[in-house]
Design a protein around this ligand. Structure first.
Ligand code: 5GP
Length: 210
């Protein structure tokens, strides 16, 4: 029987290194597909439309919400971010594991709609390191960096809603660990309801046949 993919939600503070982590994970393992979000945020230098994000204006975003084209969406630091529905549903049907790299409000909405989704939270080794990474990126103004640190401390309140913590210290180790966690989570009964149901009816048949 063809397996259905699992939905993996990855959240973490802005600057925790999620982007780099996801890129490396996709490079090393071929069963993952990364969903490209839609946003009203302006592109950063080097970001490509359709690869980093689908960059749209507010009207287009709101129209997509009305048309039920998004699995979830949230407002983050003054901009909309959302997950387009079609790509995710197609990948899951094709048996691929889809990764949504989204913030916490969206993650909780996904968990409501898809209770079997796997929620992972990426943390930097320390808050000082987070600040250093945000400043080192050189793409954001000091005000935006401060706004993102404030947001990080708000998001820290919701970490217990996630199933696993990933500490992003050493990239290589972190990627391996993340793949191991996903593989272990695949075996959770919550994500194998069809297998359990099949086993129960087979057992019934065997017992009755005796
Ligand atoms: P950034 O502006 O740094 O690219 O992203 C800001 C935050 O928005 C990050 O925490 C990122 O994970 C989150 N984000 C990106 N795409 C989505 C999305 O489709 N939905 C939600 N809810 N958050 C998203």
């Amino acid at each position: 029987m063809k397996r259905k993919g699992i939905l993996i939600v990855v959240s973490g503070f802005s600057g925790a290194g999620k982007g780099t982590l996801m890129k490396e994970l996709l490079k090393r393992y071929d069963n993952y597909a990364l969903s490209v979000s839609m946003t009203t945020r302006a592109p950063r230098e080097g970001e490509v439309d359709g690869e980093s994000y689908f960059f749209v204006d507010k009207e287009t975003f709101e129209r997509t919400i009305e048309e039920d084209g998004l699995i979830e969406y949230a407002s983050y630091c003054g901009n909309y971010y959302g997950t387009p529905r079609k790509y995710v549903e197609k990948c899951l049907q094709d048996g691929r594991d889809v990764i949504l790299e989204i913030e916490i409000q969206g993650a909780l909405k996904v968990k409501e709609k898809f209770p079997e989704a796997l929620l992972l939270f990426v943390m930097p080794p320390s808050a000082a390191e987070l600040k250093r990474r945000l400043e080192g990126r050189g793409t954001e103004s000091p005000e935006v960096i401060r706004e993102r640190l404030v947001r990080a401390s708000e998001e820290a309140e919701g970490i217990e809603n996630y199933e696993y913590l990933i500490i992003n210290d050493d990239l290589d180790e972190c990627v391996r660990e993340m793949n191991d966690i996903i593989n272990a989570a695949r075996r959770n009964p919550v994500r194998n309801r069809h297998l359990i149901a099949d086993m129960r009816s087979e057992l019934d048949a065997v017992v009755k046949g005796e």
